[in-house]
Design a protein. Structure first.
Length: 645
């Protein structure tokens, strides 16, 4: 009877004894509930000291992660190894909470006992990095620690006097400059909290409402299933902020729907991957890195969300246009089960499930902090869930949501802890400042060269590291170089933010595209190439931030409006040129002309520039694009009728 009640809480791990599964599942769930209570209390009331809050949070998440790894490990000795590391991960938080005043009184200096605690913590953390994040970050952390301890062996300006393990323990464990630095604070206050909110909303059915709303709006259009996938995945992605998680959540529904409508395996997977990657750049929630950005450049999160709104909408506009063009080129059908009736039924009978998101936006608009708004949003979700039987959540379901949130966020928490180590070493040794100066020197003072170099560095780091860790390192290494060159902090950080996210769809490490290919049955690399073709705007728009800061709501009203219009027309023109179809197939000459005119519209000079050449280029390109598209639209009925006869 008890086991039957515990069934929903039990993790699905084959070839394990029932007792072990139940025990580990209960321990992980208990840690998750305790973590949730800690995060909610700290987020709404904010009465917990930063070092205590961050260390206890990390210890509980790390302990839960090691329990999961132990349960999933194969040999008995491997399971025993992971389980043995659990106390080593859990103790540092308990130790800091219990001895906080003595730690403060001695200036955060580590005792010999603290050194042993630090070594145990590093053993647990390195194991978590190895098994949950990947080898690239593990190597980076190992190199950073080796550099900190062996700096006296390095000649020249990049060497230093070297630091002992005791000094590293003081810096990285007993202060807010290392593992428990600002990134970990963001993980506590934002990442876990908003992941919890997204998990709860998915449980009560908000995700299904998004899908049906998208089907109602776009299903009756040509190639409706593709547009439905693009729109619904974009909306859902803005809640969970994870491209891969969004693919596996919505892709199981949208990809088969697209394949039945006539999309190829690779194209269906590419549409889902490109759409899911939009969630990290589209308000209101965006990804974890957006919260990190707000804390690093010291602006309200609402400012970041507002700055990201137009670029995110431009990405969605270009993607929807590309999907619509692909449907026309392939002659695909509409979704016969979608349309206004579905939209009406969704709004009337299930529209109330959107109230939590609406309340989140209203709370933010009325001056609540993002953390308080998220807590209240969760409260609204719990209030409306009992209104219908199918959306009702009980205590067991809430416990499952807490557990799933811990499992989902554990790799991110491990990644930001690792990034905290690297950043702490960079600050301790002064290497971060030297590398930033080196990047500026290589660029030779040319902004475009600096942006291109930054794009390459961001892209490479984004391939091997999680988004949050990649952005953190770039913010320390490259962010100062960009702001020193004259860019606004929001522009500089949004640039590296975008390029750090690009690896979700770009080979050779296109995780979102690979996840979509596993569902569609397509070839992973071809799916990734198609997703880049559909989502190329993510690679182009960041360069527009420098010449059109109005896209980030910077400048006068006229500059903002002009930037939005020019960027929208130019990007849509390029999208049509890449597709090679607009109402009818386009010959190569028209495609090249359209692409050239669109590039003239996106001329890399400030929108406010009064240079005659710039004005002529932009206005000439604008007129060519409009004239060409109007001509194609007018000729389309005649071409179609001739083809039919």
């Amino acid at each position: 009877m008890i086991f039957r009640w515990l069934n929903p809480l039990c993790l699905a791990v084959p070839d394990r004894s029932r007792t072990e599964v139940v025990l580990v599942s209960l321990l992980v769930t208990g840690l998750a509930i305790a973590t949730t209570a800690l995060v909610l209390w700290g987020a709404y009331f904010g009465l917990i000291t930063a070092l205590i809050l961050r260390s206890v949070f990390f210890s509980m998440v790390a302990a839960g992660g090691l329990l999961l790894l132990g349960l999933q490990a194969g040999p008995v000795w491997a399971r025993a190894f992971f389980y043995a590391l659990v106390p080593l991960a859990l103790y540092p938080g308990i130790n800091i909470e219990a001895n906080y005043l003595p730690i403060v009184m001695r200036g955060g200096m580590a005792t010999p006992f603290d050194v042993y605690v630090f070594v145990g913590l590093m053993a647990a953390l390195i194991t978590l990095i190895w098994r949950s994040v990947g080898l690239a970050l593990l190597v980076l952390v190992a190199v950073a620690l080796a550099y900190a301890m062996l700096g006296d062996m390095i000649p020249g300006q990049y060497g230093h006097r070297g630091y002992s393990v005791r000094r590293l323990a003081s810096m990285l464990m007993l202060s807010t400059e290392g593992i428990f630095s600002l990134p970990m604070g963001v993980a506590v206050e934002y990442i876990f909290l908003f992941a919890l909110m997204g998990g709860l909303l998915m449980k009560i059915g908000t995700g299904e409402v998004f899908v049906d709303l998208a089907r109602g709006l776009t299903g009756r259009m040509r190639g409706g299933p593709g547009l439905t996938a693009a729109l619904s995945s974009t909306m859902l992605g803005s809640i969970n902020g994870s491209a891969v998680a969004n693919v596996v959540t919505t892709g199981t529904f949208t990809i088969p729907l697209m394949k039945r409508a006539g999309y190829s395996k690779n194209l269906a997977g590419a549409i889902e991957a490109a759409a899911s990657s939009a969630g990290q750049i589209l308000p209101p929630v965006m990804g974890a890195a957006a919260f990190l950005m707000a804390e690093i450049i010291q602006v309200p999160y609402a400012t970041i969300a507002l700055a990201a709104l137009v670029p995110g909408l431009l990405y969605v506009l270009a993607l929807m246009t590309a999907v619509w063009l692909e449907a026309g080129r392939l002659g695909l059908d509409r979704d016969p089960q979608a349309g206004f009736q579905l939209l009406k039924e969704t709004v009337v009978y299930r529209g109330y499930l959107l109230l939590p998101l609406i309340s989140l936006i209203l709370f933010l608009a009325n001056g609540y902090s993002p953390t308080q708004a998220a807590v209240l949003c969760i409260g609204v979700g719990l209030v409306i869930s009992p209104w219908r039987k199918e959306t009702r959540v009980g205590l067991v379901t809430l416990a499952v949501v807490c557990r799933d949130t811990l499992i989902t966020t554990m790799p991110i928490v491990v990644a930001v802890a690792s990034a905290g180590i690297v950043i702490g070493v960079l600050n301790l040794t002064g290497l971060g400042l030297m590398m930033s100066g080196m990047i500026v020197n290589i660029a030779g003072g040319h902004l475009l060269a600096l942006l291109m170099l930054t794009a390459v560095v961001s892209f490479v780091l984004g391939m091997g590291l999680p988004t949050s860790a990649a952005y953190l390192l770039l913010a320390v290494l490259v962010g100062p170089a960009l702001t020193r060159s004259g860019l606004e902090p929001v522009v500089a950080h949004m640039f590296i933010f975008y390029y750090g996210l690009a690896s979700a769809i770009t080979p050779p490490v296109a995780l979102a595209a690979y996840a979509a290919a596993s569902i569609s049955g397509g070839e992973p690399n071809r799916t990734a190439v198609e997703s880049v073709r559909l989502g190329f705007v993510k690679l182009l728009v960041p360069f527009l931030f420098a010449s059109m800061p109005g896209l980030l709501m910077i400048g006068t009203g006229t500059e903002i409006a002009l930037s939005v219009v020019l960027a929208a027309v130019g990007l849509v023109g390029l999208t049509i040129a890449f597709a090679g179809w607009f109402q009818s197939p386009m010959p190569a000459s028209e495609r090249w002309l359209l692409a050239a005119a669109s590039c003239l519209i996106l001329w890399p000079s400030p929108v406010s520039s009064t240079d005659p050449l710039t004005l002529i280029a932009r206005m000439g390109g604008l007129m060519v694009v409009i004239a060409l598209l109007v001509r194609k639209a007018r000729l389309a009925p005649f071409t179609q009728s001739r083809a039919d006869t």
